[in-house]
Design a protein around this ligand. Structure first.
Ligand SMILES: *Cc1c(COP(=O)(O)O)cnc(C)c1O
Length: 400
């Protein structure tokens, strides 16, 4: 079976985790800081805060911006559930935006259309552009709209570790957050690097970094400089009491442990190789799929070199093919090929239909109706790509 995505684990990854198991700290130890430093360096951000998963990263980001009841946050409808759910976690309202029907991305235009639908645009405090499939949104244009309306941006970069985009005429790596408050990553095994479960927030803002780090661990701090109750923090001689900690606001236990971070650090060293392999496989798909172009075409990608290549979705005209997507998926599965649909537009979920009834987002629907993610992961070989394309071609000719 060729799955649609999977992790690549080598002996050195196993050794890195085993070393933690033999050491003193399973959590709260030095592997966490090492991973954070390596990630910050990789994405050229001054601050990286590791956490339990990508959903926790997004939740911490909305908490750090003080979003809450009465606030409105724009979320593109074609994304994983978590992007919208974190907005609800803090009691804010989700303003779903449509996406480009071919790329599935939030654009400045679809963002503006969503803002025009807001009862009171001044209540919009943030938007969460999603770098779907590994392809970055046009952050320059989106940031202009955000500046015009005066709201913050949180990048959902869960698909896009290793990707890049233009910011102020320069190439910025995804995660450097030149135009956003924060970028959020997931290190779930199907993503660019695997930590089992894992995530991170990156930012240029030291205050946001401190807040995210504090919220990650119950809202507590042990930094003497951050204590507000000096009389309780210190002994009569003014020395900080060794047991003392303080909580300014309730946070969560969203920490990543040393086992996860050691794996993450080891995986991060291979990011360049993983990405190069994904890019090569994608180029092979592009070439081989050209012969099926009348029915199957790859989601358009602006720049292969800047793409994180998390997923390789194609757009299929199922009605023209005379087969449903379910039939195509089943036939591919029978041929040993796993595929997936990324994603059911979130506004169509029962919970969100109940909250925001009657919402129609035709761009997202058009993307959803045609998309199918083909297998893409670094351990695939060229033959696997040929197998997938041949199986797809076989299904197409069967029905022709
Ligand atoms: C994976 C993913 C998340 C959530 O990450 P987890 O680590 O699974 O919690 C959020 N947004 C997008 C776009 C994702 O792909």
């Amino acid at each position: 079976m060729i799955p649609y995505g999977r992790q690549s684990i080598d002996e050195d990854d196993i050794a890195a985790v085993a070393e933690v198991l033999r050491g003193d700290f399973l959590t709260g130890g030095p592997a966490v800081g090492r991973f954070e430093a390596a990630l910050a360096e990789t994405v050229t951000a001054p601050h990286a805060i590791a956490c339990a998963n990508g959903t926790a990263a997004l939740h911490l980001a909305v908490l750090a911006l003080d979003l809450g009841p009465g606030d409105v946050v724009v979320v593109p409808s074609v994304t994983f559930l978590a992007t919208a759910n974190v907005v609800r976690f803090v009691g804010a309202e989700v303003l779903f935006a449509d996406v480009d029907p071919d790329s599935g991305l939030l654009t400045a235009e679809t963002l503006r259309t969503a803002l025009a639908r807001a009862d009171d645009p001044s209540l919009v405090r943030a938007a969460i552009p999603v770098h779907l499939n590994g392809q970055a949104c046009d952050m320059g244009e989106i940031a202009s709209v955000a500046a015009e309306y005066g709201f913050a941006l949180i990048e959902d970069a869960c698909h896009a570790l290793g990707g890049a985009y233009a910011a102020d005429g320069k190439r910025a790596l995804v995660g450097a957050a030149p135009l956003s408050a924060m970028a959020c990553f997931s290190f779930h095994p199907v993503k660019a690097i695997a930590m089992g479960e894992g995530g991170a927030v990156t930012t240029r803002d030291p205050e946001l970094a401190r807040r995210v780090a504090r919220l990650r661990s119950h809202g507590m701090t042990r930094e003497p400089g951050a204590f507000s109750q000096q009389d309780e923090a210190r002994d009569p001689e003014g020395r900080t009491n060794p047991w003392y900690y303080e909580m300014a606001e309730p946070g969560f236990n969203y920490r990543a442990c040393d086992l996860q971070c050691a794996l993450g650090e080891s995986q991060l060293r291979k990011l360049g190789a993983f990405l190069a392999r994904r890019r090569t496989l994608a180029a092979r798909y592009d070439t081989l799929l050209a012969s099926l172009a009348n029915v199957v075409r790859p989601v358009p990608r602006l720049s292969s070199a800047d793409d994180g290549w998390h997923l390789y979705p194609v757009l299929i005209d199922f009605p023209a093919l005379g087969l449903s997507r379910a039939e195509v998926m089943t036939r591919l599965k029978d041929a040993g090929i796993g595929t997936q649909v990324h994603y059911i537009p979130v506004h169509r979920q029962p919970y969100y239909r109940g909250l925001y009834p009657g919402l129609s987002l035709p761009g997202g629907d058009a993307y959803y109706e045609r998309c199918l993610s083909l297998p893409l992961f670094p351990a695939m070989n060229d033959n696997d790509v040929d197998t997938v394309v041949n199986a797809l071609a076989g299904i197409l000719t069967d029905t022709a």
